[in-house]
Unconditional design. Structure first.
Length: 161
């Protein structure tokens, strides 16, 4: 009976991960809200979970190991999202990750104009909010919830067999 519950939870995480990526790309390409570097990095756990959870269903094995990996990936995602939330709120300063596209060396006037035309998005700028909350805020909460779900599947795996 609990094995069915695990499959339902895995299906839920898989479907939600697809939804999250579709929503992120919709916001970026249809609504024209360019993401910052941290926003792009925050998409990685969803992509990893889609690939790994699909492998569980294709191979019909490694459920316990993959659940642990996906749980840890979402812990990483929660940390990155919380850091991004902290930058938006002014708790943390922007790091090198936020400026990956920028050169820190001396620029010629032509290079400086090119950099300004790139219109890079700062990690502290909230370009899209829903119900007054940034997507980094939502992502922090969602990543924590998914990591708990996946780690509980891992911890309770032998009990559920």
């Amino acid at each position: 009976m609990s094995s069915i519950k695990n499959k339902l939870l895995l299906n839920g995480v898989l479907i939600f991960s697809v939804f999250a990526l579709v929503a992120a790309y919709f916001i970026e390409y249809i609504l024209n809200h360019k993401p910052c570097n941290l926003c792009s990095i925050e998409r990685a756990p969803y992509l990893v979970s889609i690939i790994l959870i699909s492998l569980i269903f294709i191979l019909n094995k490694y459920e316990k190991t993959i659940s642990l990996i996906v749980g840890l990936v979402f812990v990483f995602g929660a940390i990155v999202s919380f850091y991004h939330f902290g930058i938006e709120q002014g708790f943390f300063d922007e790091s090198l990750v936020c400026n990956l596209g920028n050169n820190s060396g001396a620029l010629s006037s032509e290079d400086l104009l090119k950099e300004l035309k790139k219109n890079t998005v700062s990690c502290k700028d909230v370009t899209f909010a829903l119900f007054g909350l940034s997507l980094a805020t939502f992502n922090t909460i969602i990543s924590l919830i998914i990591s708990v779900i996946m780690l509980r599947i891992f911890i309770n795996y032998d009990k559920n067999r």
